[in-house]
Write a protein that binds this ligand. Sequence first.
Ligand code: ADP
Ligand code: MG
Length: 695
Amino acid sequence: MKELFQIDIRYVKGIGPKKAQLFRKIGIKNLEDLLYYFPKRYEDRTRFVKISELKEGQYQTIKARVLVRAERQSFKRRGFRLLEVVVGDETGKLFCVWFNQLHLKDYFKIDTTLILYGRVEKYAGRLQMNSPEFEIINEDTDEMLDMARITPVYPLPEGITQRSFRKLMRACLEEYLPKITDCLPYDIRSRNNLLNLAKSLLNIHFPENIEMQKQAYQRLSFEEFFIFQLPLALRKFRRKQKKGIAHKVEGELVEDFMRRLPFKLTSAQERVIAEIKSDMARPFPMQRLLQGEVGSGKTIVATFASLIAIQGGYQVAFMVPTEILANQHYQNIRFWIGECRLEGRQINIGLLTSARKEKSALPQVLKEGRVDLVIGTHALLEEEIGFKNLGLVVIDEQHKFGVGQRALLPQKGAHPDVLIMTATPIPRTLAITLYGDLDISVIDELPPKRARTLTLGFSKRNELEAYKIAKEQLRQGNQVYIVYPVIEESFTLNIEGARQMYEEFKENEFKEFRVGLIHGRLRPKEQEKIMQDFKEKKIDILVSTTVLEVGIDVPDITCMIVQYAERFGLAQLHQLRGRIGRGSKESFFILVWDALTPEANSRIEAMLRYSDGFHIAEEDLRIRGPGEFFGERQHGLSELKIANPLTQLHLLKKAREEALRLVGFDPYLNLPQNLKLKERLLRRFPEYERLVLVG
Ligand code: ADP
Ligand code: MG
């Protein structure tokens, strides 16, 4: 028999080539896709809410009859045409309004009965639903499928009706469920009290009752988490079997470095260093994720790890996302280890960026092993860059690199240790599951004696207040950043841009100060020059875009004004805030907003309220939901269709445990009960073929 995924949707009864196109657009290419296309919500159509019982502010479903239909101009917004429909049941009337959707009017013939779903609002003293979803009841309505039950409502494009979709789904479930094989092995299901696949699919689409729907949801979420965790578990398992480098973690060089360090390590740094040491000493490759706020002192930790590798005669590659950052790390690390000696000689450090590469002999010396530590950008990934004996890879600000890029650099050595760093903290439990193949260290403490950073907020009307604070700082000899979301002003968005405001500030508001401009369209060399001038205090105020987001240190900046703060993401704002207060003076982080959406408002509130990155991350996750939060680059959680790591963390953990357990006793997924799973896994993540089949 053909598997579900082998049956093209085109050949399913009732779907022609034209419909098939539409289905493909929503990701349904075959029967399996169809059965895994889940409802967005359900309506209990066995009992409707009466109009007299409707509650303001809630989403509710009613069944009612069309009484009146009318079109008119909007009073409030010129050019907007309203379609108004008054519906009623035996208890009262309700106004329904659609904006600029007059084409819908043919649906609402007087006396038509329909089901409406939407948020009930009070408007001009009466109850109203704005653009509710609706379904007309007529002779096509299937009493059993569409009405007398908990009815699924799907996210569908125009051209596919709820009703036809339900009918199709029902027919396919009836025909194919009896033949379906469950991809989850029986013992996993029974240990975790999970329904079998057939029952789950049936109840996710057409629940017998709410309880069964919940169980189906659990089971299908578990399955999603599980398939997502499996490759991570496999990777972790394989890695621990590989032969890596057992570094000599104690020695002259690291001791020398510690002695010369101009400050005392925080206890968090010490703990993390101990974790790294114990990894590096072991004979399999380290893969450790180091999380820590901007300014928490990750670079020192990475430098320490580098010296461990170097003292055993290995080379280190340290990759960062921007040229500016590469430069800064290069300067800092040179400063820290310049005096350190290994068997009487200096440590050789190289800087590799695409700008410098052409002229430099670095690729050659790297290959010969004459450079101990190379700091660089993506340029490190290029084919011509090779090492004699790469022993450690450090990747800073890992979220700026794709998953693929992350994997490339270590391949230039023979299973070197890998340390990945991120300043975008992810709530710990989630991190464990998201980066399930990595070990995780957290620096949850900032170096002492750092002065406070105050966060303030003003609306655009009061931006002069913000400038007043900036001027006061400038007069005390400090420096200021003013950040804009865009370079050029935008008339469509109706916002000012960095370039125009730079001119403006120079002429007016800040004319007694030296104003500079930096943005991403400048060549890296120019950007560096400007940052250098700023660092050397040849510039007082730097107007910029978010090129600054990633780590440059200028200790005298005590004020940053972020314009149109509503246009920045929470993680981005937090990163920006990390750019100031790097010295010992109290600093001001000032958000200026123009038009606030409720979401933007929550972001700004979070910034005003929380200063530590983990709180910010949790808020971010809460405001945006996991899909957005993780973005496109972090494939996996963002692709989950049904499971939600926020609300189902417990289930996610169980799925992870089961994945690790399974991999432990069937590392190639070759046992008969796991074959179906393997097939699913390879279809979902084809790139794991090598991992699963060959190892
Ligand atoms: P991160 O990379 O996590 O953003 P850095 O490693 O750049 O942080 O450190 C931020 C600043 O704090 C640097 O100037 C560094 O020299 C300093 N620093 C790091 N660790 C300590 C410490 N234990 N005590 C005092 N200052 C520290
Ligand atoms: Mg850093």
